[in-house]
Design a protein around this ligand. Structure first.
Ligand code: CS2
Ligand code: MN
Length: 360
């Protein structure tokens, strides 16, 4: 397991590389060019600039999160040809710079969706919250306003230029069924995976968050059956998954630890996070600790350990604690504790394995 932390870039994050460097066992950052709109090719000089900054502080740039997919590709529009060719150029340039894994998602219109970014918890901390009843009547435009009002940074997946044509996008998606989305994903994969393979970069799709349809938009990367279907679309190790325990764990029907064991060899990037789910469909993000949420993080990490997972890992979101003023979900403190919880479990599993093999 190789630990990284998400970093939004110089001047675009409250957390600095020098702080990330001090978290035990973190060797790199999951980064992106957040100012390049989805669909455009990433300029080589900008990639090199980040590479230099990050490597100077002794961290690596092996993981990119994420290269966003243009809506026309998801919609299957004729213009997808151009956007896919841009995507391919970006893959090639990132490979040349030394990137090993590219995370992306295939969620229509919105990336992750929540109804509150700073929901107060019993202990005074705040966390990202999803209220099921609220989402049913909220106008998506209102949600966009709320998300941008509550964050001084542009939130990834909620870029204003992407969302400014919101009503047109909703109109276009009315025509798109889940099966259409599968077809459009397959079309995309058939063109990018051979390039990824040739350039030795692993592609890793992020599951839908939450893993069900919101605002009537189709969503497909949601459960075990569908992840298996996804892997079969192009059955190649370079076509893999960013396995996010928090996203998938929001649906109590998903046995997340079982999925880790099932898909381990096709998981290139592990997002580890706990969520507490409620019977009414609400969920809140909690600390990583198993007892604090509904996902058995102990079993998730054990699943990775037992299958000798050697891919990249990061703590996913964290709560906002100790008065830290950060991007929603991306403070330093709770994520750093997440890293240590994951390492604590991992090292204990490792020690008992060694002990067992010495005894036999
Ligand atoms: C991330 C996702 O912040 C988050 O919730 O897990 O936004 C993730 O970066 C994207 O879906 C990847 O494309
Ligand atoms: Mn995630």
């Amino acid at each position: 397991m190789r630990m990284v932390l998400r970093w939004f870039g110089e001047g675009n994050d409250t957390v600095g590389l020098e702080q990330i460097k001090q978290i035990p066992g973190v060797e790199g950052v999951a980064w992106s060019l957040h100012d390049v709109p989805a669909g455009e090719e990433w300029p080589e000089e900008k990639i090199i600039e980040v590479k230099k900054q990050v490597e100077k502080s002794g961290l690596n740039i092996d993981v990119v999160e994420s290269v966003n997919v243009h809506e026309d590709i998801k919609l299957g529009m004729p213009s997808r040809k151009k956007y896919i060719s841009n995507y391919i150029k970006t893959i090639e340039r990132l490979a040349k710079a030394g990137v090993k894994v590219i995370c992306y998602n295939f969620m229509p219109v919105f990336d992750w969706t929540r109804t509150e970014l700073f929901k107060k918890m019993y202990d005074g901390s705040t966390a990202l919250f999803f209220e099921n009843e609220k989402i049913k009547d909220i106008d998506p435009m209102k949600l966009v306003e709320m998300i941008s009002r509550n964050s001084s940074y542009t939130m990834p997946g909620w870029e204003p230029e992407r969302l400014e044509h919101l009503s047109k996008l909703f109109e276009q998606y009315k025509q798109v069924t889940e099966e259409d989305l599968w077809d459009n994903l397959q079309y995309f994969l058939e063109r990018i995976i051979p390039v990824a393979k040739e350039n030795d970069v692993k592609m890793a799709i992020h599951p839908d968050d939450p893993p069900w349809s919101v605002f009537g938009l189709p969503r497909i990367i949601t459960n075990k059956k569908n992840i298996q279907r996804f892997l079969n679309l192009v059955d190649d190790p370079y076509n893999g998954v960013t396995f996010c325990s928090g996203s998938l764990g929001a649906n109590p029907d998903n046995d997340v630890a079982d999925m880790v064991r099932e898909f381990s060899d096709r998981i290139h990037f592990a997002h580890i996070r706990n969520v507490k789910t409620y019977d009414n469909g609400d969920f809140i993000e909690t600390s990583h600790r198993t007892q604090d949420g509904s996902v058995d993080i102990h079993d998730v990490v054990k699943g990775y350990h037992d299958t000798q997972f050697s891919g990249y890992t990061r703590p996913d979101h964290g709560r906002h604690i100790w008065g830290e003023n950060s991007r929603p979900g991306y403070g330093l403190y709770d994520r750093a504790m997440g890293v240590m919880y994951i390492w604590g479990l991992w090292d204990a599993f490792e020690r008992s394995k060694r002990k067992r093999s010495n005894e036999s």
